[in-house]
Design a protein around this ligand. Structure first.
Ligand code: PLP
Length: 405
């Protein structure tokens, strides 16, 4: 019998349009347990000061909270603390790699390889870097089941490929890419591997050594933490050779009128006052996730995903995307024939069911799927089969409300 997680997440006991909320938009952001909220309040209530700068006790406490969080994140993904850079979110982490590594290491004739299933955060920065450096941006397309085409990978990965940037789990299809295998293949041709872990780190165990990823980007808010704290992991040797991305206070060693030397890792990439409250929340979130355990997280999400797909498949007017592949985690994407996804989401909202509708920041993927928009239900371990039943009951009302026979 699973723990009743609702006891730890007061917001999940609250109402939306007079119904208890069925929160199925975890791909966008997750809810926060009381322990995370307490840790943020605890920081601001008892330890708030600018870290790294003051010699007084409060500042030392803030520094400890911040650096303890870094150590915890490092252990969580099997990295070293110096290889963990705190950012604002996964988007900033990916921009950091694109601008600091990409801009400085690419030249005409080189290629960047990404997949058509990337979130705009792992696509637009590469487009801009490709334009600025005169390099080519190549795409890996998908098979009919939604998985990456191995034939396309074999065709497009060559010694011209200098960067392979790939999501570990697609935020639209929920399909898990075999990043370890991709990284091995990319390293054989000398490419650097950038992994977008925004949808994977919160849901499956991720070990950067095992994957042999050169970079991994993810966001705290998709894994129970507050918004405003993100993480970039990078291999130490590569990070050491990269120039700073943002510059200003805290990232320097010595500043003269015309030149500056930079701080060591990770401070070189952490300019300005950092989000210590966010780091405190992230620390508590990792403790909470480890208490639940990834075995349980995966088991619960698999059950909810399979149950949702089997129930939606019973409805002849529902079209599902990427739902026939086994390597799927916690995300179900669908459309109801003849109804715009925004109308679907609005009708579900009236029933207290929160889903996402739109292009999910993946317009090239939408175009590839032949859709302008879709509906997406995305789960976390605190969801229940009752949430799924509420989703299905609401979906069954949609066509009637829209007066479609
Ligand atoms: C796969 C993927 N990458 C990157 C991001 C960007 O995350 P953030 O908005 O937290 O920077 C998202 C957010 O939905 C995502 O799903």
């Amino acid at each position: 019998m699973d723990k009743n997680f609702l006891n730890d997440f007061p917001i999940l006991r609250s109402k939306m349009n007079r119904h208890q909320i069925a929160y199925l938009d975890n791909g966008a952001t997750t809810q926060k347990p009381e322990s995370v909220v307490r840790s943020i309040c605890g920081y601001y209530g008892g330890c708030n000061a600018n870290p790294h700068r003051g010699v007084y006790e409060l500042s030392v406490r803030a520094t400890k909270i911040y650096e303890d969080a870094r150590r915890k994140v490092a252990k969580f993904i099997n990295a070293r603390p110096k290889e963990i850079i705190f950012t604002k979110n996964a988007t900033e982490s990916l921009n950091l790699v694109a601008y600091s590594y990409g801009l400085n290491n690419l030249r005409g004739g080189d290629e960047i390889l990404i997949t058509i299933a990337e979130h705009h955060s792992n696509l637009v920065p590469w487009q801009r870097v490709a334009q600025a450096t005169g390099t080519k941006l190549n795409y890996i397309y998908l098979n009919a089941d939604g998985n990456l085409s191995q034939a396309d990978i074999d065709k497009k990965l060559s010694n011209r490929t200098k960067i392979l940037a790939v999501t570990q789990i697609s935020n639209v299809l929920g399909l898990v890419n075999d990043v370890k295998k991709l990284a091995a293949q990319a390293h054989e041709v000398g490419a650097v591997v950038v992994v977008d872990g925004a949808q994977s780190v919160p849901h499956i165990p991720v070990d950067v050594q095992n994957l042999d990823a050169d970079f991994l980007a993810f966001s705290g808010h998709k894994m129970l933490s507050p918004m405003g704290i993100g993480i970039l992991y990078g291999k130490r040797k590569i990070l050491e050779e990269m120039p700073p991305f943002l510059s200003g206070g805290d990232m320097i060693e010595y500043v003269e009128e015309q030149a500056t030397t930079y701080a060591e890792l990770p401070q070189k990439f952490e300019a300005g006052t950092q989000n210590v409250g966010g780091a405190a929340g992230l620390s508590a979130a990792i403790d909470y996730l480890q208490g639940v355990g990834f075995d349980n997280i995966e088991r619960i999400e698999n059950d909810l995903t399979t149950y949702t797909i089997s129930e939606l498949k019973k409805l002849p007017y529902v079209e599902l995307y990427g739902c026939d592949a086994p390597n799927k985690v916690g995300i179900v994407t669908f459309n109801i024939k003849d109804v715009h996804p925004h109308d679907v989401a609005t009708i579900l909202d009236a029933e207290g069911v929160a889903i996402r509708a739109g292009h999910h920041c993946a317009q090239p993927l939408m175009k590839f799927l032949g859709q302008n928009a879709t509906c997406r239900a995305s789960f976390y371990f605190y969801n229940t089969r009752r949430d799924v039943e509420r989703l299905i009951e609401a979906v069954q009302k949609v066509r009637g409300i829209m007066h479609i026979a």
